[in-house]
Design a protein around this ligand. Structure first.
Ligand code: BGP
Length: 465
């Protein structure tokens, strides 16, 4: 559909940028912080771990200054549970509270709206050792943690996100479960418990912080059928429901959709549901939807002959197929990043429209960006026109989605500054700000503005691409 006139980005549009605690902060064992599952991460030879990251913990004032210069209206970051409650469940660590209070003060003093993720992949190790999310006790621990956050930061934070990419933690569990990969049955128990935890936090937030908004932040993408043959269309529909809609359906409507439920039944993965859970899920209503978008996926019908799951390296954006459910297919119309992620700005518009049609809630893009190598030139510049092209084409589709009628309230590209990638260390950079370090040599970690920084600065200033 061609529009005659494009609707502008709203005046109060939250032009932002994202990070997460374990990927950016460093200081992994300082000032009373407990260990999280990410601190056990043993990267392949030559790839960094998360111990120092971008040293944001010690340099946050300098970083917020750069955010101000960039003109950010919002900054989406996560709080490390283990800084607040080191073992996940016991004593509160005042130094952790103090750190985030100072960060929030700094942001607010610079008119930057904080958007706070409560949990972004970094489960406290002590909870993991007791069974992690499969143990119902973790739900109580999360509720306790949520209460501490709302008590201490409720006056400073208007936008909360409960859990980052719950669907990635279920579909790609390796990085979140050191030591062993849980069975599928256990994963769907983890999943149910996360839904309950998230609902409890949502109710608590509404009770303790009137005026604040809270929502989930899964990784959502439209799934295309490889061909227009109806069984491919069905496979795409199935996988979209299982990979994506499940996570909003339970969060928004408090129910498992019949298709997903019958899938769980057939797989022998029906979770244990405690009395009162479904009523609780139905009563907790998010105010908006966080949406992480990187790439679409293309699938074809399963053959169900033992070959549907293909042995390829499947990170969070690379589909690998599931026996009897779908097969991963290639999309000849799209290019890929160096890391094999499809580049599909129009797919983002499709994803936004489908999401808004299903849930009728305001949407905030909480992640989207290009991860690749950057080169620091001799004159200390980073000419990342490829990142500008990527973001520009996605911003254009965001504006088209707004024109289509989607209520998009903000856009937080991943990431504000370079940080440690979940799987590929420091070589895969996403930031507007370059951090001068590499995998093995942390150097001075000087902050250097990339060309995309100046381009985004202009977009924000003009509220226009
Ligand atoms: C999302 C995660 C982020 C971030 C991003 C980029 O799935 O929420 O934490 O890591 O993907 O992915 P990667 O770091 O693997 O390139």
């Amino acid at each position: 559909m061609f529009h005659k006139t494009l609707k502008p980005f709203p005046d109060n549009f939250l032009w932002g940028a994202s990070t997460s605690a374990y990927q950016v902060e460093g200081a992994y064992n300082e000032d009373g912080k407990g260990l999280s599952v990410q601190d056990l991460h043993e990267p392949p030879e030559g790839i960094t771990d998360f111990k120092v990251a971008s040293d944001h913990y010690h340099r946050f004032r300098e970083d917020v200054k750069l955010m101000k210069e960039l003109g950010l209206k919002a900054y989406r970051f996560s709080i490390a549970w283990t800084r607040i409650i080191p073992d996940g469940d016991g004593e509160i660590n005042e130094a952790g509270i103090q750190f985030y209070r100072e960060l929030l003060n700094e942001l607010l003093a610079n008119q930057i709206e904080p958007i706070v993720t409560m949990f972004h992949f970094d489960l406290p190790l002590k909870l993991h050792e007791k069974g992690g999310w499969a143990n119902r006790h973790t739900v109580d621990s999360f509720e306790k943690y949520a209460k501490v956050l709302f008590t201490n930061f409720g006056d400073q934070v208007k936008y909360w996100l409960t859990i980052n990419e719950q669907n990635v933690m279920i579909n790609h569990p390796n990085a979140m479960n050191p030591g062993r990969v849980p069975s599928k049955k256990e994963l769907y128990q983890q999943c149910h418990n996360m839904f309950v935890a998230s609902a409890k936090a949502t109710l608590l937030c509404h009770q303790m912080c009137p005026g604040a908004k809270i929502g989930p932040a899964p990784n959502i993408t439209a799934i295309y059928p490889e061909k227009c043959n109806p069984s491919d269309a069905l496979a795409a529909d199935n996988w979209e429901s299982i990979r994506c809609w499940l996570y909003y359906d339970v969060a928004v409507y408090g129910r498992y959709t019949p298709l997903v439920w019958s899938y769980l039944e057939e797989q022998g993965c029906i979770p244990e549901i405690e009395e009162g859970d479904m009523e609780l899920l139905a009563s907790a209503k998010p105010d908006y939807l966080g949406l992480n978008y990187y790439a679409t996926a293309t699938v074809s019908a399963a053959k169900n002959d033992g070959t549907d799951r293909q042995p390829r390296n499947g990170d969070q954006q690379v589909m690998i197929g599931e026996e009897g459910v779908y097969r991963a297919a290639t999309n000849p119309y799209l290019e890929k990043t160096k890391y094999g992620w499809l580049i599909d700005p129009i797919g983002m518009r499709v994803t936004l429209r489908r999401t808004y049609d299903r849930y009728h809630l305001p949407i905030l893009i909480t992640e989207n960006g290009l991860g690749t190598h950057d080169i620091l030139t001799e004159d200390n510049r980073i000419h990342d026109e490829y990142r500008i092209d990527y973001l520009k084409s996605h911003f254009e589709q965001a504006q088209l989605a707004i024109t289509d009628g989607v209520e998009l309230i903000g856009y937080c590209p991943w990431s504000f500054m370079d940080l440690v990638s979940t799987h590929q260390g420091y070589g895969k950079r996403y930031g507007f700000v370059y951090i001068d370090r590499d995998e093995t040599d942390i150097k001075e970690m000087t902050r250097i503005k990339k060309d995309s920084f100046y381009w985004y600065q202009d977009v924000i200033k003009n509220n226009n691409i």
